[in-house]
Design a binder for this molecule. Structure first.
Ligand SMILES: [Zn+2]
Length: 393
């Protein structure tokens, strides 16, 4: 027999479930599954990293691998590190340059959304590490068009940034003939447990296209610009054009993730980077998460971009960060629940900067945002208000 609540609210979806150890819901934005005890794959992979990986052996593998890629006559860089100047960038450069002794070329795709502290960290990074650095900024006019179109096409104004970070450094690798690229953590492996540490997953075009770029390429934007009232030409999309297979194979471009070789703990690494290199936390707390050190390179990532994750999937970055702390044993599930219930729904004030930037009204934003609400999460009550299930203790 149907529960009464489903008769009163017929659009109500099946009740959501949450991981028994962390706070990830069944509607997670990252690929995730649950075992028979109701524990998510992210928690299982995290436990594997704590107990079942020989990190000493992994370190030796990294030393051997990077030795093979060292430029023999010192006439070119040993590797490329895509960086934003954030805490992970500092840690990557620390390991690659200071510990392993490689000569990296740093590449930044500038999404034009740096916070003040994020920019200070970027400038400091160049000074403290003494590295060569390419800082690439696409046309602001094009960025505004891609912000608006990304929001309308997929509810993600930052598609251009995810695409840029996963394209521009690879273009540089091809142009500069530097085959080895070293990324930090594999986000979907760390959060959702999409892969095991034993898969030794590396960067692929397929992962970039299907996950990081949500299945869209530059050509989709050019094709659909008119439909969204924009004008966009092929030549404006050069920064987002991925090199072809022949170009990649000629150079032998290969992207590895440092998190497969070094035990990843973003919070611990951040403390190290503050002590060793003067990495700065945000002066002000963020509205949508309790940490003060993540995504300083992009004020909308922790803000309105992340609010869209809440609109789509019913949770946000406070949940991501709380899950990380729970898995590392620094926060209990009970302590975390009130924090995420308070922070995940907040419509952050950076929205008004963004609206001004792209020339939209808040009403327009809300109307488009509502079209992306996942029916597995949201329903409307009889008064037309949006409702969702919330995590309970
Ligand atoms: Zn979990």
């Amino acid at each position: 027999m149907l529960d009464d609540k489903y008769c009163i609210e017929p659009d109500r979806p099946k009740e959501m479930i949450w991981c028994k150890k962390c706070l990830y819901p069944s509607s997670s934005a990252t690929s995730l599954s649950f075992d028979e005890k109701g524990v998510c794959s992210g928690c299982q992979v995290s436990k594997e990293g704590e107990t079942n990986v020989d990190w000493d052996r992994r370190w030796k593998l990294l030393q051997r691998l990077t030795d093979e890629y060292k430029n023999q006559d010192r006439s070119n860089y040993d590797c490329i590190i895509p960086v934003s100047g954030g805490k992970d960038s500092y840690f990557q450069i620390h390991i690659i340059k200071k510990v392993l002794g490689l000569n990296p070329l740093l590449v930044t795709y500038n999404a034009n959304n740096y916070t003040k502290t994020g920019m200070e960290n970027l400038v400091n990074m160049k000074e403290v590490f003494g590295v060569d650095h390419i800082f690439f900024t696409p046309s602001i006019d094009v960025l505004k068009k891609l912000n608006r179109m990304g929001m309308k096409m997929m509810g993600d104004m930052n598609w251009h940034a995810h695409a840029g970070i996963n394209t521009y450094p690879i273009k540089v690798a091809v142009a500069q003939k530097v085959p080895l690229m070293i990324w930090g953590e594999h986000g979907r492996m760390e959060h959702g447990g999409m892969h095991s540490h034993n898969d030794m997953i590396e960067f692929t075009y397929r992962y970039r296209h299907e996950h990081q770029l949500r299945g869209y390429e530059w050509s989709d934007f050019v094709k659909r610009a008119k439909e969204f009232g924009e004008t966009l030409s092929k030549e404006e999309m050069i920064p987002w054009m991925y090199p072809n297979d022949e170009e990649i194979e000629d150079i032998g471009v290969r992207g590895i993730y440092l998190s497969n070789y070094v035990k990843w703990d973003a919070t611990r690494h951040t403390k190290m980077m503050i002590d060793l290199y003067g990495f700065k936390e945000s002066d002000e707390p963020f509205e949508r998460t309790f940490t003060k050190t993540s995504n300083l390179d992009d004020m909308h990532e922790n803000g309105i971009h992340d609010y869209m994750k809440y609109i789509k999937f019913g949770y946000g970055r406070a949940t991501d960060h709380a899950c990380r702390e729970i898995r590392k044993g620094r926060m209990s599930r009970k302590e975390a629940i009130p924090i995420v219930l308070k922070m995940d729904p907040i419509k952050s004030k950076d929205l008004y900067r963004w609206l001004d930037y792209v020339g939209w009204s808040e009403e327009e934003f809300d109307k488009i945002a509502d079209t992306f609400r996942d029916p597995r999460v949201w329903w409307k009550d009889k008064n037309g208000n949006w409702k969702k299930d919330n995590i309970k203790n």
